[in-house]
Design a protein around this ligand. Structure first.
Ligand code: ATP
Ligand code: MG
Length: 358
């Protein structure tokens, strides 16, 4: 669990220090005060990337040349990150330089729920694939090896297709795509079955008005159900050569959950869609606990109050209390502070980039 966070010259925050609680942390403030920036700092520390800027230079406070972040967890693993517009990014984990940003993600499983959770339905298959791949990355450690190997083979095959190499040379990569692709597909199928079984009772709690509904997984593995991956790759050769890349396979898989056999996107109201997404993220946290005894997941919820009425906000906070998760929740609604259990939970107030004691 994160026990200390310091930010300097990060967006509009000149300097701030937080000592969060192990459970719920509420970050309150007006529009533009710096709430999402604090979540962004946590995301950067845990995942090595921001959720809203591709270029780190945009994060550096205007008129400054570098930002720094420092965090310590209760297991005493200090992580320091310095980004300088001239010299780039430097990361230190446990006081040693870190070469691969992905090593950060292994250390702290973190999920980010943006104010616009409807992105689950709107952002397309890549977003949904990444969501369950996050779960598998932490639950099934071999998944990452198969996925990375698959991606490398796909890159090579696509280069061969683009450069109009011979059929033999191009199809050399199929054996790797098939071997690793089928393993990835099996992992995803098993994970989705688990996900729906944990998600359903959780959603009933989050959204009592829909406590009768049944959810089923709708999974498209990335190629036609009637054929094997080997058959599809063989059949698609001419088409793939013309378009210059290999279109079908687990890299184009997609999934969603159907509600009483209807589309969740159509059936659920905006607020219910937000609860649906929150429920999916929470279900992943429970799976991590059940399968790997992981108790240090961090959950960032940006703007809890948007789309949710007061009672549903209470239910979300109550549900989080019973999960092994450290959460950081932002809102402009200062009344939320009344829901916080002051012994074990914390409220932070942000005003124009400064932390104000509560
Ligand atoms: N590089 C930067 N330097 C200085 N200020 C910046 C930088 N990038 C963004 N800002 C400003 O930082 C402020 C904080 O933004 P942030 O998104 O964290 O606010 P917020 O509290 O989440 O607001 P909202 O409630 O509207 O979501 C904004 O006023 C924004 O314009
Ligand atoms: Mg915000």
């Amino acid at each position: 669990m994160l026990s200390h966070l310091t930010l300097a010259h990060f967006r509009n925050i000149s300097s701030a220090t937080l000592s969060p609680s192990e459970g719920i942390n509420l970050i309150l403030g007006e529009n533009g005060s710096g709430k999402t920036s604090i979540l962004e700092a946590l995301h950067l520390l845990a995942m090595g990337r921001s959720f809203r800027s591709r270029h780190l230079k945009n994060i550096v406070q205007l008129e400054y040349s570098q930002f720094t972040l420092f965090a310590r967890s209760s297991e005493m693993t200090p992580v320091g990150l310095l980004y300088d517009i001239q010299s780039g990014l430097q990361i230190r984990l446990n006081n040693a330089p870190l070469k691969k940003l992905s090593d950060l993600a292994v250390n702290t499983p973190l999920q980010f729920i943006s104010a616009n959770c409807h992105q689950f339905f709107e952002l397309g298959p890549k977003f949904r694939r990444k969501m369950i791949d996050w779960g598998m990355f932490h639950v099934e450690h071999k998944f990452n090896y198969h996925w990375q190997t698959y991606k490398k083979a796909l890159l090579q095959k696509n280069a061969a297709l683009k450069n109009k190499k011979s059929r033999n040379e191009t199809e050399l990569w199929n054996q790797y795509l098939i071997k690793h692709g089928l393993i990835i597909t099996d992992y995803r199928e098993a994970y989705l079955d688990k996900l729906v079984s944990v998600f359903e009772p959780l959603f009933h709690k989050l959204c009592p008005s829909l406590s009768d509904c049944k959810f089923t997984v709708k999974y498209n593995k990335g190629w036609s159900k009637e054929k094997s991956l080997a058959e599809i790759l063989d059949e698609n050769y001419e088409r793939d050569r013309i378009i210059g890349y290999s279109r079908n396979g687990p890299h184009s898989a997609d999934w969603t959950l159907r509600i009483n056999d209807a589309s969740a996107e159509e059936m659920l109201s905006r607020g219910q869609q937000k609860l649906f997404y929150l429920g999916l993220c929470m279900a992943q946290i429970i799976i991590l606990l059940n399968e790997k005894d992981v108790k240090n997941t961090v959950l960032l919820i940006d703007d809890l109050s948007s789309e949710l009425d007061w009672n549903h906000q209470i239910t979300v906070i109550d549900t989080l209390r019973n999960l092994p998760v450290q959460s950081f929740i932002t809102s402009t609604n200062s009344e939320l502070a009344s829901l916080i259990n002051t012994d074990k939970e914390k409220v932070f107030h942000v005003k124009q980039g400064e932390m104000i004691a509560s």
